[in-house]
Design a protein around this ligand. Structure first.
Ligand code: AHR
Length: 502
């Protein structure tokens, strides 16, 4: 089987916002407690944060981390997590039927984010609370001093403001599971008024308004139209979320699902364009895809805790999906979609980062380890920054019940700003056939392969664990550049990254 394509240096989709490769830490399950924070752990730093986890986050080069939720934020009092630890209250977290000790709050998380080399993206509670809490939290976090909340921060040990740029106006406010769920009208009004107050404090912050929590929501996409009608000129991004599953055990269907993601982005981009025209606005609003991942392996295991049959445990194991090789291919396809749509998707958050539907897992008191999906995320984050390039690709494909034709090869290309390298991210969805890729490069001059990595040859259900990480990249073989063309044989069911240096 053959696929031929062309990439031209002048055909640029967009400069990728590095925050496309962000992630997310929620007070949920073991993400925080025994995830990033475990004071008794042998690698714990002076703040009680696990250094082995920080090292893995640094390996991923995560640019931004969303915090503290997620569903959790919709009934969270951020003030519970400040001041002397011994005085902090234990609360019942209604979102995940757990106890929250509040031993980690904004100060501890900010220190952790700095150690991990990531910016913070903070969410305010527009579920059980509202505008007043949001403005107080913003003042606490971003005001230098001389006011009630900023002086309290200084008293609590942090002299300088954190100057957080990105703020989410609540989380998934369309969802019936959300504490304080709202109609689009109710939410649109509150989001607008909250944005107005937050901007009155600081015009330069970037605000993210909630879009649909999934394209399956009955209110989608009218929700986006109504919410943007209220907020278009007051916000910078609309947030989308999407999770993928293979409950049906149908690999072909599963690996085509980024076609749905494409449609979701395309539709919301259309609503944004419609609203911009309706408002006669010159301003652009972009998409913050601040929750995405595969999520289904752990659903049954979570029922006991979520239905309340375990009482109110502190940091129970929840959403601990163990990812397999098939999920590597899926995550590779999703990231390719974001690169190809980096004209409208500016921020992305892999949900989540540690222990909870995460690329990094920990054993309490023991090692931290890399899930299979760590690697496509690592490669995109490290080598996918720069200019996303438009590709033409002529490749055989197949149909499913939701898409007429999806090519066997899913490909994206990025020209890195720093070293000018041209990187191809490739997934072969074909289950039995290798595909010979022949890609013409125009306007790139002479090139050579400087890095070729592949994940292939595993059973679809192969997983990593604390005792070994068999699903990991190896050196790819046989790729070459000559006569202005890249040639490579892409193995069936494989993830491949090929970099061409000048
Ligand atoms: O990431 C897990 C949960 O999924 C988040 O808390 C919520 O926003 C979404 O429903």
């Amino acid at each position: 089987m053959q696929a031929t394509g062309t990439v031209h240096s002048g055909y640029v989709i967009s400069t990728i916002d590095p925050r496309l490769y962000g992630s997310f830490v929620e007070h949920l399950g073991r993400a925080v407690y025994t995830g990033i924070y475990e004071p008794e752990h042998p690698t714990a730093n002076a703040d009680g944060m696990r250094q082995d986890v920080i090292d893995l986050v640094r390996e991923l080069d995560v640019p931004v981390v969303r915090y503290p939720g997620g569903n959790f934020v919709s009934a969270y009092n951020w003030e519970d997590g400040i001041g002397p630890r011994e005085d902090r209250p234990v609360r019942l977290d209604l979102a995940w039927h757990s106890s929250e000790s509040n031993q980690v709050g904004i100060h501890e998380f900010a220190d952790w984010a700095k150690a991990a080399g990531a910016e913070m993206m903070l969410a305010v509670n527009l579920g059980s609370r509202g505008l007043d809490e949001a403005r107080a939290f913003l003042e606490y976090v971003n005001h230098p001093g001389g006011s009630h909340w900023s002086d309290l921060r200084r008293k609590n040990g942090r002299e300088e403001p954190w100057n957080v740029k990105l703020w989410c106006l609540g989380n998934e406010m369309d969802g019936p599971w959300q504490i304080g769920q709202k109609t689009a009208e109710e939410y649109g009004r509150i989001a607008f008024e909250t944005a107005k107050a937050m901007r009155a404090f600081d015009k330069s912050i970037e605000l993210v308004v909630c879009g649909s929590s999934s394209p399956k929501m009955p209110t989608y996409p009218a929700w986006e139209a109504t919410v943007l009608d209220y907020t278009y000129d007051s916000v910078d991004y609309i947030s989308l979320h999407m999770y993928f599953d293979n409950h049906a055990g149908d690999t072909a269907n599963y690996l085509a699902q980024n076609a749905r993601l494409d449609e979701y982005i395309e539709t919301v981009a259309g609503v944004i364009a419609f609203t911009k025209a309706k408002k006669r606005s010159r301003k652009n609003v972009y998409i913050s895809f601040d929750e995405w991942n595969v999520w289904y392996h752990s659903r049954d295991a979570d029922r006991t805790v979520l239905e309340g049959n375990d009482g109110w445990p502190h940091a129970p194991a929840l959403l601990e999906d163990i990812y397999n090789f098939e999920d590597v291919l899926q995550v590779g396809c999703i990231l390719n979609t974001f690169i190809r749509r980096s004209d409208v998707v500016k921020v992305g958050c892999l949900a989540q980062l540690v222990n909870v539907i995460a690329p990094i897992m920990t054993v309490p008191g023991g090692p931290a380890w890399r899930q299979t999906t760590f690697y496509p995320y690592l490669f995109a984050s490290r080598y996918g920054r720069g200019k996303a390039l438009q590709l033409s690709l002529d490749c055989p494909g197949y149909g499913t019940d939701f898409v007429d034709q999806v090519p066997y090869l899913d490909v994206s290309a990025v020209e890195t700003d720093t070293d000018g390298a041209l990187t191809f991210f490739i997934v072969n969805r074909h289950q039995t056939e290798a595909i010979d890729l022949d890609m013409a490069l125009e306007g790139f001059g002479d090139r050579r392969v400087i890095l070729d990595k592949v994940i292939e040859g595993h059973g679809l259900r192969a997983v990593n664990g604390a005792d070994g990480e068999p699903v990991a990249p190896q050196d790819g073989a046989g790729s070459g550049f000559s006569g202005g063309r890249l040639a490579a044989s892409i193995a069936p069911l494989s993830y491949r990254m090929i970099r061409l240096g000048a």
